[in-house]
Design a protein around this ligand. Sequence first.
Ligand code: SF4
Length: 385
Amino acid sequence: MTKDLVKKIKMIYERNPYSKTILRQIHSIASDIHSRESIESIKIMNFCGTHEWTISYYGIRSLVPKTIDLIAGPGCPVCITPGGYVDELIKLSFEDYTILTYGDAYKLPSTRSSKIRSLADARSLGGNVIVVYSFIDALRIARENPRNKYVFFAIGFETTMPSTAEPLYKGIVPKNLLILSAYRYTPPIMKYLLEVERDVKIHGIIAPGHVSSIIGARAWSFLPEKYHIPTIVSGFEPIDVLISILLILKQISLRISRLVNEYKRVVRDEGNLYAKNIMAKVYDVREAYWRGIGIVPESGGFLKEKYKEYDAFYQLGLKETGTFDDIMPGCKCSEVVLGKAKPIDCPLFMKACTPEKPYGPCMVSIEGTCRIWAETIPIITSGNE
Ligand code: SF4
């Protein structure tokens, strides 16, 4: 069955003259690099969960040569959100507060020390938890119920940060709505990965398209300039990813490292100046804990003093940092988010840990590598030739 699937995938790409040409070039340059350089395996990291989805769902691993290893990075905000935050919100859901959370974080596991495993479990036990689609939803609910008290679980990278920052900046957030800001900045985690986790060898990086639409392509220039890694800001269509792989290979072959913005139809070099300006006014950038990784300098977006009346950390005396207590025994998420392991290296994958009953944080969100692999397993296990 899997061989048939690979055949079908290859036929689809062969029918399109663009993808056919790009794939031929990928194979030719990869083979040339392999014969000339001492690179056993060309490791290309895609930062973003949505790129991992494109690569997995559209069978791109089965199309590229075996010498190319496409590895997923830390670009799933739900996966890296501290379990300690979930613990605090679970407690609050049984007190005076209603927790407003994205569906993505509803099943996010708490820490080992919490008896209740997630906000979903808290709700089933009588806790007050509501799933919202956006911060606008949260604003509406809080406004319509002025006697109730709410905490919004603000998870995400730079893509979602402006949606909370703007209403705060404009002064239109009702007083009965607190915000637990779990926001994280993405360039610092790539710096951390390259400085601290040096055993992760990366030859090329596919930088996130959505995040870059806010922070700008230029925000990634440090990757080629300081670390000499070819870096492509990429769109999310399969053809975008193939072009990005090809552009990385061309740079490796020429022994150069540049930043290229392949996603010019959406991403500007300077980013979205309005959003960046508002974010700078609302968030303080401080060190922050990334689940399974550790404390990363200048990577957390916490509310500035000016907005402390909305700050759940300040108002409720919650803890900002976390501990490794939030990775359950046997779960390899710490390695998965750093590109050191693949979901199938985890003995719990699709056994004790499934999308229906996630055991570790990487199985929860559709941007989590384990969840993506779980959803696309026949394509992934087809392999390449
Ligand atoms: Fe963790 Fe589950 Fe992924 Fe294993 S399969 S690394 S337990 S999230």
